[in-house]
Design a protein around this ligand. Sequence first.
Ligand SMILES: [Zn+2]
Ligand SMILES: [Zn+2]
Length: 182
Amino acid sequence: MIYNVAGLMSGELGESRQHEIENERLAFGESSFTEISGPVRMIRTDRTVLVTVDIEAVTHDTCSRCLEPATVNVSVALEEEFTPKNADLMDGLNGHSQDGDDCFDPALLIDEQNFLDLSEVLGQALTGAIRIAPLCMDACLGICPVCAVNRNEIQCSCAESPIDPRWKVLAGLTERGAEFSS
Ligand SMILES: [Zn+2]
Ligand SMILES: [Zn+2]
């Protein structure tokens, strides 16, 4: 997901390029994404390249209900401005770059060879789009709190007795304990 934008930056203001991400993969932090697909649009502004991305991807996680592996779909739409380190190709940038690169997010810089790398920005966005409690499927029944079976696979009859029988035994013990101490 690296694009050479030299031609775009030396072109006319408002010039644009359309790219397509097709079935790419990306490892980012502890997550890895596959089947990344979607359109990428780049527009040359006076000092930056405006990038609009609308992508879908797949990641693998653990279902928060049944704890089985879950295939999770994530989608991200974002718009970011990338600033070139190399000011030569664009007018009016020289004054801008005197501030140094410090004021820019390094993930949003176009390098000296005019390569624009989307992977950091996409990785951040995709990671942020993963649900806090991923599910293997929306209708996941989870693990039975009483007998611990995966209720997607086995239908247990615990639902009829909401109190765990083990708690009943414990309740009996504390009652007896109270009798002894009095
Ligand atoms: Zn599940
Ligand atoms: Zn059960």
